[in-house]
Design a protein around this ligand. Structure first.
Ligand code: CP3
Length: 347
């Protein structure tokens, strides 16, 4: 990757202070935008939207046109990987994802990495389209779910609150669970490497359910697989910026940063910004962590918090983002007000 690229987001990830924190918002494309809902209705199902490069390109660009973020994130979903491995995955409106659960060796045998790139070809096409369509100063982020988080959906068969089924498998059948995780490490690495070859300039690993694990399990199943993915990607792309998001990791964010050697660390709302600025910023560029609900509230609830974050982090080693994804009930005008503020230089 040419280090000289004059893109604010890449420069800050490379450690430069450009006098402003670049910004983007997790889930910046999505149902809070009327133009997304329109494309979504035309596409039919949600997976159909992810697998149609023309539609996926369009919805990725929609928030950039409106708000001028410093980075665009590929429009797709973390669950295209289990789908490409051969698992049945469905999205029903209002219910979240539903998967045919993997609970036994026989279930695992049905999955295969062989057709991965063929099935994900439309996603790679979207990345290629975006790398050509984006404004010159906007960076392109590729992404995948981290193995632990993807495994929770694969084993539970959908979203979960307690993670009792997947954690029981992890505890009682560590070999079976380990084989599933090995498959996910291999698939995720191959998937992200191909995104980079198609033009993704940064990749983010979403480990949304990292906070469900105790310390030992966190080390084994969050840090361990992430280390393997990061080192495999760095072997091929030595300068690739990689952002990790072990949501809910608490003080384990520190161990995650030092052991995985990610370039950027996306922090959730529960992490004190002052602690992140002093303890995490020396280890990685910190990304976060405005409460997404403050964008629903708007006004001083949002702007007061945004100003406080800018005061705490300054402009050095900070990417402005949310602690988690934009909520569906967010008024688009609030996102506009916040974006205008963030584009203006200085802390
Ligand atoms: O950030 C972006 O704009 C890029 C697109 C993106 C989506 N999902 C689109 C999406 C990204 C980066 C994701 C990641 C993702 N998907 C995560 C990790 C981040 C997080 O939020 O914790 C997870 C856990 C998933 C799995 C997933 N996908 C769930 C649980 C759901 C249903 C929840 C809901 O809001 O309905 C999805 C569906 C989904 N992924 C939607 C979008 C825009 C909504 C689907 C729709 O339009 O009907």
């Amino acid at each position: 990757m040419p280090a000289a690229k004059n893109k604010p987001f890449l420069r800050v990830l490379a450690g430069e202070d450009i006098g402003r924190s670049p910004f983007w918002f997790m889930r910046q494309a999505g149902r809070y935008l009327p133009e997304y809902r329109e494309v979504r209705a035309t596409a039919g199902g949600f997976l159909e939207l992810c697998y149609r490069p023309d539609f996926a390109t369009e919805v990725t660009l929609q928030p950039i046109r409106r708000y001028g973020m410093d980075a665009a994130i590929l429009f797709s979903d973390i669950l295209v990987v289990p789908h490409a491995l051969g698992q049945d995955v469905g999205f029903t409106v209002g219910e979240g994802p539903k998967l045919e659960p993997i609970r036994s060796a026989a279930d695992l045998e049905k999955l295969s990495i062989t057709g991965l790139h063929d099935k994900l070809a439309p996603v790679y096409q979207t990345v290629t389209n975006l790398s050509q369509a984006l404004p010159a100063e906007v960076s392109l982020i590729g992404f995948a779910g981290a193995p632990w988080t993807v495994a929770t959906y694969m084993v539970e068969g959908g979203g979960s609150k307690e993670f009792a089924i997947v954690k029981k498998m992890m505890m009682e059948a560590p070999q079976l669970f380990g084989r599933l995780m090995d498959l996910l490490v291999e698939a995720t690495t191959a998937y992200l490497a191909r995104q980079v070859r198609c033009g993704a300039e940064v990749v983010q690993l979403f480990d949304s359910w990292a906070g469900a694990l105790d310390e030992a399990a966190f080390e084994q199943w969050v840090i361990g697989p992430t280390v393997r993915i990061v080192s495999a990607l760095r072997a091929e792309f030595p300068d690739l910026p990689i952002i990790g998001f072990p949501r809910g990791a608490g003080i384990l964010y520190k161990k995650y940063a030092s052991e995985t050697k990610v370039t950027g660390l996306s922090i959730d709302t529960s992490v004190p910004a002052s602690w992140a600025a002093s303890e995490l910023a020396p280890l990685a560029v910190v990304q976060g962590n405005l409460d997404p609900v403050s964008l629903v509230a708007g006004g001083e609830a949002m702007m007061g918090r945004a100003r406080a974050l800018r005061r705490t982090f300054g402009t050095h080693r900070h990417i402005f983002n949310l602690g988690h994804g934009i909520l569906q009930t967010t008024p688009p005008d609030h996102v506009a007000e916040l974006s205008d503020y963030l584009r203006s230089a200085g802390a």
